[in-house]
Design a protein around this ligand. Structure first.
Ligand SMILES: NC(=O)c1ccc[n+]([C@@H]2O[C@H](COP(=O)([O-])OP(=O)(O)OC[C@H]3O[C@@H](n4cnc5c(N)ncnc54)[C@H](OP(=O)(O)O)[C@@H]3O)[C@@H](O)[C@H]2O)c1
Length: 372
C-alpha cells in the first residue's frame, strides 16, 4: 500500500460505516465513499458532509470523496470512466453497505446483500487487475451466518446452508458463499460482527433496525406490566459495541497478513444471558420483563394470537418471526483470529454488560435515537 492508503468504502451513512470513518479520520488515507443520493437535496456529497459533521470529523480537502452510486446496480451505478479511474487508484475495498432489516422480503434482501456484495467484489477484482498496490477486499458479514448451529461456530467458511433464523441471515450467508466461490485469487477478508450495540463510551447508537426493535418489544408491547416474553433463561446472545467493531475493522484494513475470517464477537465467556439483559431493560425503563418458555409460545400462544387477528398481535407475531429465534439461541462464537488481532494491536474488548446498559439508557434518553 502507498503512504496515503486509498480506500473505497460502502455504507458510510450507516451505523458501522460512519464509526469506521471516525476511526480512519486521523490516518493518512484518502477515502472514496459510495453514497446513494437519496433524500438529500445536496446529493451524495451533501450526505457525506452531514455524516462527517455529525461525527465531528473535519472535512479535509480531498480526503473524503463521495461517489454517487448504488450497490444493486451493475458497476455500482458509476460511469464507465469513473469506474476505470477509481480502479486504478483504490487499494482497499471495504464493503459494509447492506440491508439489516430483518422484516424485509427475501427478494429485497437478496438484491442488496447478495447482488450488492457481488457488484462490490467485481469492482475490487477490477482494482486488483488495474492497480499493483491493491491490497484487499473486506466483506462485512455477520457471525449469525452460523444460523442455528449448535455449540461453537468457528472462524471458517460456512460451506453448507444451515437452518437460518431469518431471511437476513440467509442473505448474508448467500453473499459470503458467492464471494468465496467467485473471488478467484483476489485477496479478501470476511468480517463477522455479532449484534452491534451502542458505543462503549456512552451507548450512542443510531441504527433503527437491529437493536431497538427487540428493546421496543420488551417495553412497549401491550403496555402491560409485567411484560411477559417467550424465551429461555439458558439463552446466550452475543453483543459487541460499535466502536470496538470499527476499531477492529480499521486494523484489519491495514493488517499485512490478515486471516480470511474474523469473528468480531464478545467471545464464548462473555455472552449475554437472558436474565441479565432483562434486568438491565427493566431497571432502565422501569418495567418488569419476565420469561415464559418458548415452547408454550410456539404451541399455544402463537396459534391463539393468529386466530385473534388483532392488529397489534399480528405485528408482534411478524416481529417474533424475525427475532424470536434469538430468544432461544445458544451458539457461541470462536474468535481466535480476532484474539490475535487484538493482541497484536492492543485492542481492548469491553464487557457486553456495561455497554448493554449504556445502550439501553441512550435509547431511553433519546426516544430510540429519534430525538437526537
Ligand atoms: N448492526 C448490526 O448489529 C450488525 C451485526 C452484524 C453485522 N452487521 C453488518 O454490518 C454492516 C453494516 O451494518 P449497519 O448496522 O451499519 O447498517 P445500517 O446502519 O443500516 O447502514 C446500512 C448502510 O448501507 C447503505 N446501503 C443500503 N443499501 C444500499 C445500496 N443499495 N447502495 C448503496 N448503499 C446502500 C446505507 O445507505 P443509505 O443511508 O443510503 O440507506 C447505509 O449506509 C452490514 O453489512 C451488516 O450486515 C451489522
Amino acid at each position: 500500500m502507498s503512504n496515503t492508503t486509498v480506500i473505497f468504502l460502502t455504507g458510510v451513512t450507516g451505523y458501522l460505516g460512519s464509526r469506521l470513518l471516525v476511526q480512519l479520520s486521523n490516518l493518512p488515507v484518502k477515502i472514496y465513499c459510495l453514497v446513494r443520493p437519496a433524500r438529500s437535496e445536496n446529493g451524495a456529497q451533501g450526505r457525506l458532509l452531514k455524516i462527517l459533521e455529525d461525527n465531528n470529523i473535519t472535512p479535509e480537502e480531498g480526503k473524503y470523496i463521495a461517489v454517487e452510486g448504488d450497490i444493486r446496480k451493475d458497476k455500482l451505478g458509476i460511469s464507465d470512466e469513473k469506474y476505470l479511474s477509481l480502479s486504478r487508484e483504490v487499494e482497499v475495498v471495504f464493503h459494509s453497505a447492506a440491508s439489516v432489516n430483518f422484516l424485509s422480503t427475501k427478494e429485497a434482501l437478496k438484491s442488496i446483500n447478495v447482488v450488492g456484495a457481488i457488484n462490490v467484489m467485481n469492482f475490487a477484482q477490477r482494482c486488483y487487475a488495474n492497480n499493483q498496490s491493491f491490497d484487499k477486499f473486506c466483506l462485512v458479514s455477520t457471525a449469525y451466518v452460523a444460523g442455528k448451529t449448535s455449540g461453537v461456530a468457528e472462524e471458517i467458511p460456512v460451506t453448507k446452508a444451515r437452518v437460518f433464523n431469518n431471511n437476513y441471515e440467509e442473505s448474508k450467508w448467500l453473499a459470503e458463499q458467492r464471494v468465496v466461490e467467485e473471488v478467484d485469487d483476489l485477496p479478501y477478508v470476511v468480517i463477522r460482527p455479532s449484534i452491534i450495540i451502542g458505543s462503549a463510551i456512552d451507548g450512542r447508537a443510531e441504527s433503527q433496525n437491529v437493536i431497538y426493535g427487540p428493546f421496543r418489544i420488551m417495553i412497549q408491547y401491550d403496555n402491560k406490566k409485567p411484560q411477559w416474553l417467550p424465551g429461555y433463561k439458558s439463552t446466550r446472545l452475543d453483543f459487541v459495541p460499535v466502536d470496538y467493531v470499527a476499531e477492529c475493522c480499521r486494523h484489519i484494513i491495514f493488517e499485512k497478513d490478515p486471516k480470511p475470517i474474523y469473528h468480531l464477537t464478545s467471545g464464548p465467556d462473555n455472552q449475554a444471558g437472558m436474565n441479565n439483559m432483562f434486568k438491565s431493560v427493566s431497571d432502565v425503563f422501569s418495567v418488569t420483563v419476565k420469561l415464559y418458555p418458548y415452547w408454550l409460545f410456539d404451541m399455544f400462544i402463537k396459534p391463539f394470537l393468529k386466530l385473534r387477528k388483532n392488529k397489534d398481535d399480528l405485528k408482534f407475531l411478524r416481529i417474533a418471526d424475525a427475532y424470536g429465534n434469538y430468544m432461544k439461541y445458544k451458539t457461541q462464537f470462536d474468535d481466535r483470529n480476532t484474539a490475535e488481532l487484538r493482541y497484536k494491536n492492543g485492542i481492548v474488548r469491553p464487557s457486553w454488560n456495561d455497554v448493554f446498559t449504556k445502550s439501553i439508557r441512550y435509547a431511553k434518553d433519546t426516544n430510540f435515537a429519534r430525538d437526537v
